[in-house]
Design a protein around this ligand. Structure first.
Ligand SMILES: [Zn+2]
Length: 494
């Protein structure tokens, strides 16, 4: 048995002016052939899981390409087409019996608003109706009927933060081996309740998702049901397939797959009011943080880097300075300021204007004076299971600048999400000893920060990842969609 392994992953925020070009993929991960194995085999990632699940004398592995870029605006057509070309020529060359493909599920390309659906449709056309294609998906995917129609089977992460990625890869590898041996013949159905699941309720260890995920696991006890996935979706993509998805894979029983997908979709729809959330603004949140148990983690939800936002929002930093906070850490995307710090040198004082430069959605730039404490190449390693599953992280050249009252700015050359404490500890910061830690995230930071957080305060900050859907200027989503409208009936996407 010969199985090809590939990945093409991007979470695209259609509000972002930044495009995912070839450089964005090269900066974070573009690995072909044996390089794919070397980078991903030991990662807590589904691609590492594919490799582990296929490691057997009876199976030959054909690694093709794994391309991954930090969430931002849509993927440029040229890089999309290059990936497709590499996958198709690799499959032609390797002649495998099946393909394991890691997708995100919320990829939008500049020429195609259902990027993942188009990838799978093109592969299906090239490989024929019976070729096994097993796809893994991020829980934040906005899944289209087209993807489900063209894949042989699809399996999404079950946890948010995503700490089960490697397990899902092993599961997908087991499934494709059963398919190739002829032990199972998967068929799939999806349901899409017409609503938005607010990102602040995506934590799968808490209600309302906890019991919905438990129901999905209960269904999988039935041997005829091969996999059940519940994806709350990604609200920062203005596309028709935006919103939650249920995918049920059965062994050849299409009617059962449809029935169970619809039933789970109805459960999600019935709990829609629990899937809304309102939060304090930055002024109130910083006030709370300064008297809360330390370290207080302030969650800058409007500038969620993992959701494709700018990463240089200043709304919370300004409040920390205004309210006289001490012993605080704020990370900002600030490539020009890092370069300036490098010119000025370690140990020297520097005047900077930081943040608010990518766009005008995340607060104004702020003038600060501080001491350059450290310059670092920005590379660090995360050995534990953390959201995103990466082991090797790169922030690009990074400067640590200390302002008055021990307010530390971590200035990075690349936009970088807070999925690992390594981002701070590699610079000598001891996060557990700080008063306030600002994370530009929604839920994903939790795997790294819950073990050390004294308190957590989620903040309704402005930005392109605003938690308030009423602030979003949607044009392409399907309507009606709760809570924007009360909604009308079930499964309007099918
Ligand atoms: Zn995700």
């Amino acid at each position: 048995m010969r199985i090809a392994v590939a990945g093409f992953m991007h979470e695209s925020n259609t509000l972002s002016p930044m495009r995912a070009d070839k450089q964005a993929f090269l900066a974070q991960g573009w690995d072909e052939g044996q390089a794919l194995v070397e980078r991903w085999a030991r990662a807590h990632h589904e691609v590492g899981g594919f490799l582990e699940g296929l490691a057997d004398d009876d199976v030959q592995i054909a690694p093709l390409l794994m391309a991954w870029a930090t969430p931002c605006g849509p993927v440029e057509e040229a890089v999309f087409e290059e990936v497709m070309q590499k996958l198709l020529t690799g499959l032609e060359r390797e002649q495998p019996d099946g393909l394991l493909l890691a997708l995100h599920g919320a990829m939008v390309a500049t020429h195609e608003e259902d990027g993942d659906g188009l990838v799978v449709e093109r592969l299906r056309k090239a490989l024929g109706p019976d070729f096994p294609i097993v796809v893994t998906l991020d829980l934040h995917g906005n899944i289209s009927p087209r993807l489900v129609e063209n894949a042989t089977a699809a399996i999404a992460y079950r946890s948010c933060p995503h700490i089960d990625q490697r397990e899902r890869g092993i599961q997908a590898a087991g499934m494709i081996r059963r398919i190739v041996r002829g032990d199972v013949r998967p068929t799939m159905a999806l349901a899409k309740p017409p609503m938005i699941v607010n990102i602040m309720v995506h934590d799968t260890s808490r209600e309302p998702l906890l019991s919905i995920m438990n129901e999905a696991r209960r269904l999988e006890d039935d041997p005829d049901i091969l996999a059940v996935s519940v994806l709350p979706g990604f609200a920062y993509a203005d596309v028709p397939q935006m919103g939650p998805t249920v995918i049920v894979v059965t062994d050849g029983d299409k009617a059962r797959a449809t029935q169970e997908a619809d039933r789970l979709g109805q459960i999600i729809w019935d709990r829609r009011e629990e899937m809304n959330r309102t939060l304090p603004d930055a002024t109130e949140a910083v006030r709370q943080a300064l008297v809360a148990k330390a370290p207080a983690v302030l969650v800058d939800t409007g500038d969620n880097v993992g959701g494709g936002s700018a990463g240089d929002g200043t709304t919370i930093l300004r409040e920390l300075l205004n309210q006289g906070a001490t012993d605080s850490v704020v990370c900002l995307y600030a490539p020009d300021e890092v370069a300036l710090c490098a010119v000025v040198g370690v140990g020297q004082m520097v005047d900077l204007v930081v943040g608010g430069k990518v766009d005008s959605l995340h607060g104004e730039p702020i003038s600060v004076t501080g001491k350059v404490r450290l310059l670092h190449d920005g590379d660090y390693e995360e050995p534990l299971a953390r959201h995103g599953g990466r082991r090797f992280h790169s922030m690009g050249m990074t400067a640590l600048v200390e302002l008055n009252d021990r307010i530390f700015l971590v200035l990075t050359t690349q936009r970088h999400p807070p999925f690992s404490l390594g981002q701070l500890t590699c610079l000598g910061i001891q996060p557990e000893r700080m008063r306030v830690l600002v994370v530009k995230a929604a839920i994903a930071y939790r795997a790294a920060y819950l073990p050390i957080a004294g308190s957590i305060i989620e903040v309704d900050t402005p930005g392109m990842t605003t938690v308030n859907p009423h602030r979003m200027a949607y044009r392409r989503i399907r309507r009606p969609l709760y809570p924007l409208e009360e909604g009308g009936g079930q499964n309007s996407c099918r």
